[in-house]
Design a protein around this ligand. Sequence first.
Ligand SMILES: [Zn+2]
Length: 422
Amino acid sequence: MALLIQNARVWNGTGGAPFLGQVLIEGERISAVAPQAEALTADGVERLDAGAKFLMPGMVEGHSHLSFVDVVRGTSLGEIAPEDHTLLAMDAARKVLAAGFTSACSAAAAKVRIDVAIRDAIEDGLIDGPRLLAASPELTVTGGLGDGRRHHIYQESFGIPVDGPDEVLRTVRLCLREGVDTIKLNLSGDFGTDSAPADAAVMTDSEIAVAVEATHVIGRRVAAHARASESVKRAVRHGVDIIYHCDFADDEALDLLERAKDRIFTGPAIGIVLARLEGTRGDNSRRGRAAHDRVKRVYEASCRTHHEMRKRGIRIVVGGDYGFAANPQGTNARDIEHFVRHFGFSPNEALQAATRTGGEIMRRGDELGLIKPGYLADLLLVDGDPLKDVTVLQDRRRFAFIMKGGVRYLPCADTPHIRRLH
Ligand SMILES: [Zn+2]
């Protein structure tokens, strides 16, 4: 099975200018990339004239929550039974692929085994979705982000409350036993959590240390929710692999991130912040104004920090906590526009964050995220020029096809889904 895509504007993910060229795909991989003038062929090859459309690597969602199923609040996730929840996550997986994201690095699941089950079903070809790295639920301290309980009522949410090194260790090992690739820890609080504000480093050194040790000893990774400056420093010092948000990072924290830049990944997940900023605007009640001010502080800190991180060459991935009502699954490509509009990325840099850096956070930088011989054929053929206007990637009707591992998908006209081309 060979496919020759000809007459495409090939942007290969390395940051160079696109060129008119052709890409040969054999099986699930790219076997050759050449300028249009060169003779390129293979036995029994099917030819596809791209009509000078833009060919780019499939995008990578670097902060994915496939089991966050467009709810308003976290405790709504706790009310969904595991069976229903898994099917809803399957639907989200299809929407994310249909949005042009052929890989996703999960930043937490709402229940222990959902990501694991979805990852394996996608890998086995049972369901359509992005290549997935599965995460645990968010391990959080009592009163932290994702603890839905109150003293008078028990409620599940998307976190597992853990206090003290023993509880952390037991829960980390349980999640690892159930098959997650990534352990998620909520080191700081958040803008909507009164008992754990965004700028408070609520998880202690000893709690973080045991989680990282137990995860690294079997070669898996730890990701952190870390808005507070001190939480970023703890994450770097304890060897956390993926450090999300980093909004309030001070100079010392930025220096630590920079020194660890070959080892770590970061991601702002600004999509949810912007959605909340918009959602709290115009609420003039006392609580409404306070909520808006808290989000605004995070937004402003995030912009300042990510301008600086970009200049320092720290790896930043696209992915914005999609999976809430105000920030639904399938709208993930908005993040690329956010990078350009709020963090000073050029369109080319933002696209590299979504492709090449994405391949690296998937731990597959040698076969994902670029258009290069030997790489997996994860490609998007786009009607438009994302280097001139990144918002074209938000319109799935612009995808002439979405390809994952050499298999072509077409966006459906009237649903946010896709259809596999046989
Ligand atoms: Zn998240």
